[in-house]
Design a protein around this ligand. Structure first.
Ligand SMILES: Nc1nc2c(ncn2[C@@H]2O[C@H](COP(=O)(O)OP(=O)(O)OP(=O)(O)O)[C@@H](O)[C@H]2O)c(=O)[nH]1
Ligand SMILES: [Mg+2]
Length: 349
């Protein structure tokens, strides 16, 4: 069997429970021969609910179990007994799960915060028992209503990874090597393009235990926004990154030019989604140990006014300044803003 490592789009068949029927019954006791109607209402059917759970990190469990059902409710009973409500079927999904109606393609919502819930199929309502139909003119009603059916639908669930930092670069630029140096993740590394075919997230930890999630996204090439290469199915993962690291292969070959690569990458992101142009980023010149690196770097500096970090991911060189940059961006800026807000609050008091 093919081993599935990561699933970021799956089909889900969900069915909520039906409501129970109302009951028709009359109270009959020894000294109460015409005790009146006592048929209870049907119970309510369980709904199918998606719940955001930070312990989940893929849609894989649902890939193996795509049919999810809530139980039907119990019918009402004599003696005015309410039918048993059935339990909701709660499905835990990873943060960043977006839900689409498979028929209409309508986006029904997304789950981002821990514990957040989305009811995707509503359970049926319980029907009414005959005692509900009793009136001054109808003392012995035989009417009841049936429970309504629970909703049944097919959905597409998509997972947009939620990482703090996304690594963006051409295939073979060394993104996975960089991820393996910065975090404890062990992505596959190989000297050919498109080694990484699924996004991988690793966690980088600083000495003071501050943590950042970094996503290694499969290599992008020109035309990716139109689906060329592994295409835009992965560009959507970058949408959520709060910061981007452009990884350039400075060792380059004759047919590759890292400066052109960089300009193309930025353009691809912009074409995919205009707001990606506003995501803060830094540029790393990888493979600075390579033969053409100095020459390529000189060209990059001449053609752009970008600040660039020189590294060799394979040798683990030049990584500290990159880590510091990220630390400043994520933690120090945040702290300064928080401190300023605190001071402001104190002044108001
Ligand atoms: N000389 C040198 N080689 C490197 C460096 N970093 C990565 N490589 C090599 O470049 C090749 C590609 O590295 P990967 O980390 O797999 O590249 P990638 O960007 O993840 O590639 P895809 O997943 O295919 O997009 C591997 O053979 C690495 O060993 C470096 O700093 N110097
Ligand atoms: Mg890779």
């Amino acid at each position: 069997m093919k081993h599935v490592v990561f699933k970021d789009r799956i089909k889900l068949y969900a069915r909520a429970g039906n409501g129970g029927n109302g009951c028709v019954s009359f109270r009959r006791e020894k000294f109460l021969p015409k005790g009146g109607p006592d048929g209870g209402d049907g119970g309510h059917g369980g709904s199918v609910i998606l719940k955001c759970d930070f312990n989940e990190d893929s849609l894989l469990p649902l890939y193996y179990k795509p049919h999810q059902k809530a139980r039907h409710a119990g019918h009402g009973e004599g003696g005015d007994r309410h039918g048993k409500n059935s339990e909701d079927c709660i499905i835990n999904v990873a943060p960043g799960t977006v839900v689409f109606d498979a028929e209409t393609d309508e986006c029904l919502g997304e789950l981002v915060k821990e514990g957040e819930e989305l009811v995707i199929c509503k359970g049926g309502h319980g029907g009414l028992g005959n005692c509900r139909f009793k009136s001054s003119t109808n003392q012995a009603p035989r009417e009841f209503s049936e429970g309504t059916k629970g909703e049944e639908k097919v959905f597409w669930l998509e997972l947009k990874l939620m990482a703090d930092v996304g690594l963006v670069g051409y295939p073979n630029a060394g993104k996975s090597t960089l991820l393996s140096q910065l975090t404890h993740a062990h992505p596959k590394i190989a000297p050919y393009p498109f080694t990484t075919i699924n996004p991988i997230v690793g966690t980088m930890e600083y000495e003071n235990f501050s943590r950042l999630k970094i996503a290694d996204i499969p290599g992008l090439i020109e035309g990716a926004h139109e689906g060329v290469g592994l295409g835009h199915q992965f560009l959507r993962h970058i949408e959520r990154s709060r910061f981007i690291i452009f990884v350039l292969d400075m060792a380059g070959t004759d047919e590759r030019n890292p400066t052109d690569d960089f300009l193309h990458l930025k353009e691809e992101l912009r074409l995919h989604l205009e707001t990606l142009s506003c995501t803060p980023y830094l540029v790393v010149a990888n493979k600075m140990d390579g033969p053409l690196a100095d020459e390529n770097l000189k060209e990059f500096k001449a053609r752009t006014d970008e600040n660039i970090y020189e590294i060799s991911a394979a040798l683990g060189e030049g990584l500290e300044p990159v880590k510091e940059h990220l630390y400043k961006h994520f933690f120090e800026t945040k702290r300064i803003v928080e401190e300023a807000a605190e001071l402001e609050n104190a002044d108001e008091d």
